[in-house]
Ligand binder design. Sequence first.
Ligand code: FES
Length: 318
Amino acid sequence: MKVSIDVKRFDPEKTNENTWVQNYKMDIHPSSTVLDALIHVREEIDGTLALRCACRASICGSCGMRVNGQAKLVCKTRIEELVEEGETLSVEPMGNQPVIKDLIVDISSFFAKMTQVSPFLQPDSLPEQGEFIASNDSMEKLLTEMNCIMCGLCVSDCTILEVDDTFIGPAALAKASRFVYDPRDDKTEERLKFLNDEQGGIWDCTRCMQCVEVCPKDVSPMDRIMDLRETAIEIGAKKTHGYDHTNSFEKSVVAHGRLDESRLALESAGIFNLPRLLDLIPVGLRALIKGKLPPLFPHKAEDNKKIKDIAKKIKEME
Ligand code: FES
């Protein structure tokens, strides 16, 4: 199979034009992976191409790259799944992390964020004899989180990290949930309070689902973050704009059958929080100029009764 690969390259030692796209053409077996092709380039065509890999079996998590715009483990990604004969594939380094050279990114911020969530067990005391015994059931619940191989694909494509690097991020928050729900850990409340209060914590996720889409091990980090939010609310950690936002959203939909955006903005900011309310004025003015200011009293949706019934059923199930 003939393929052509556009590789985004970066050489920090070049003084000008240190970033460029280089095209490589090759004849390769259709079942080859993108990693096979890149290794072929490095060994047969251009020995200067820098890339990172180890196990070649989607275990070590070291070969994350963006292929055709989406983060993937290239050792798990077959070329034939992405392009037809003669088409061009694009390969870039992962996003949201500085590039060291070509396809290799600096993963130190990834591990710094992991460290923020204390990714180790913190029991109050040790068993008097032997070791901790955790039931199979309780550990089975953690299997999803434990599947994480820390490849960083979720971090690469996280749309929040693109604009706010204080966000702890999907990988570290999924790791945090692995310890919050571990029966051998005794710091559940402290962990949740930290994740709840901390700037960049659980309420900063906007549920764009990118992390769910790219995770190669079905850890589904966004769902883990939602679990943490629910548990934080259950333990009474409610003093956040995130909680106020969620609460206002629910009340508005139940009351009107649709979202009351004016109320949502005011209640999320906190109706007694003057500085945050003042922050809303420019946004409100821009919305007014563009004719996008939501009505002060929203119309009720026609099928509002159905929405109320659904909300009632959910409450009963809870
Ligand atoms: Fe180990 Fe791809 S080389 S996961």
